[in-house]
Design a protein around this ligand. Structure first.
Ligand SMILES: Cc1cc2nc3c(=O)[nH]c(=O)nc-3n(C[C@H](O)[C@H](O)[C@H](O)COP(=O)(O)OP(=O)(O)OC[C@H]3O[C@@H](n4cnc5c(N)ncnc54)[C@H](O)[C@@H]3O)c2cc1C
Length: 387
């Protein structure tokens, strides 16, 4: 692994700085306040070639790897403008279509996804299954004419209404019909405007532009052209997308943490209440230095996981450690930053307290820290499973 970034990688890392000239934290916060999809910002990112960062060039993408995706996401989050829609849409949807789609599906979805003309979301969570994906009960049933009918419900689906298509994790065989619990899964590409798809917003108390929805499927007609990969083999596709999601969200965490640190350092160097700047007080300086150290350590593991992924080497241990470390580090960094700001930290104007909920979310979703630690305990260290 080379610790020096190439000129292209530096440019990708610094892209957030140039994007923030047009779409800064203030723009992002206004979208969050209105719960409005940041359309102009998303379009600019698409026009600049970053929505399709990992999509092959032959399908309109930039053909780059996970390492570049991490640099890009870190760079955006460093500026306090994390775009979770890009994690869900670009990585969780475009990458599996690129890897497992038919030629027809690739032609239909990838170029338009890269230009921002089509947007995607990813639906796995169900109210009754939660963390235990094996209990997925959203089902497709063959109709006998080569098609299927989809029934079930999903919850907390980010950008469901703002997206054109949804990748839905379904079962074609229920848990009690299969030999191995990972059998009988099928990933379906669903038109969000299709007959039988209904959505209800969920009011989530996190300042961010993305909205969440409960989604109901009532006899939605599915053609064979909507099946991604093979019927019954969907878990393999799902499994492949778990590490990328963890790695990218770890990058978002470290970026948010850096943003909090940068704001605190600028403030603590200026603010004087006794005889010198408050940044000189070690009671403030040490938690900041500790936060900075934790952020950079998490970033290092995130980049290692991304590098391993790009080399097609096993990266699950590193991806899980990066996700855990990133979520913890960003929480500590924001807390240390908030303390520097005193009362101002809680105001909308300074917006430091507003960073908490998103960083805290990333300890719970998409995979909670307990499951991440379970993975490390069981699969990396060889400890017994408890659940
Ligand atoms: C803002 C937001 C956006 C989201 N976006 C999406 C999306 O776009 N698509 C999507 O599919 N989902 C999405 N989710 C759902 C999210 O991934 C789930 O909420 C998360 O995976 C946890 O599932 P759950 O809420 O059912 O919690 P539960 O499964 O009920 O778990 C509750 C808690 O129990 C603990 N726990 C559970 N199992 C274990 C175990 N084996 N060992 C130890 N502790 C355990 C954990 O602490 C966990 O937090 C989103 C959620 C939020 C809040």
């Amino acid at each position: 692994m080379n610790f020096n970034l190439s000129d292209e990688q530096k440019m990708i890392y610094e892209y957030g700085q140039s994007l923030a000239k047009d779409f800064d934290r203030k723009y992002w916060s206004e979208c969050a306040e209105r719960k409005a999809f940041p359309t102009e910002m998303y379009q600019k990112v698409a026009d600049d070639g970053f929505v399709g960062i990992m999509v092959p060039e032959a399908y309109g993408g930039s053909g780059l790897g996970m390492f570049e995706m991490v640099l890009f996401q870190e760079g955006l989050s460093n500026m306090g403008i994390p775009l979770l829609s890009l994690v869900v849409g670009a990585t969780m949807s475009l990458s599996p279509i690129g890897d497992h789609g038919t030629e027809e599906q690739k032609q239909k979805y990838l170029p338009a996804g890269c230009t921002g003309d089509l947007r995607f979301c990813f639906a796995i969570t169900e109210p009754d299954a939660g963390t235990n994906t094996m209990k997925t009960s959203t089902m497709i049933k063959a109709t006998g004419n080569g098609g299927y009918r989809l029934n079930g419900r999903k919850t907390f689906i980010t950008d469901a209404k703002e997206s054109d298509y949804m990748l839905v994790v379904t079962r074609n065989k229920s848990l009690d019909e299969v030999e191995r619990k990972t059998d009988g899964f099928t990933i379906v590409i669903v038109d969000t405007k299709a007959k039988g798809v209904e959505m209800h917003p969920i009011d989530v108390s996190i300042p961010m532009p993305e909205c969440q929805y409960q989604v109901f499927f009532d006899d939605v007609e599915i053609g064979s052209e909507n099946i991604l990969g093979e019927v019954g083999r969907g878990f393999d596709i799902l499994f492949e997308s778990l590490n990328p999601e963890r790695i990218i969200l770890a990058a978002v965490c470290t970026g948010i943490g850096r943003y909090a640190m940068d704001q605190a350092v600028a403030y603590a160097n200026e603010r004087v209440v006794f005889k010198g700047p408050i940044g000189a007080y070690q009671a403030l300086q040490h938690p900041l230095a500790k936060g900075k150290t934790e952020i950079e350590l998490a970033s290092l593991m995130t980049r290692k996981a991304a590098w391993l992924f790009d080399q097609k080497l096993p990266c699950a241990a590193e991806a899980n450690m990066a996700k855990y470390a990133g979520a913890e580090a960003s929480m500590h960094a924001i807390d240390a930053s908030l303390q520097c700001f005193g009362g101002n930290g809680f105001t909308k104007e300074y917006g430091i307290f507003d960073l908490y909920p998103m960083a805290r979310l990333l300890k719970t979703a998409p995979l909670n820290s307990e499951m991440v630690l379970n993975y490390i305990g069981e699969h990396v260290m060889g400890l017994p499973r408890s659940y």
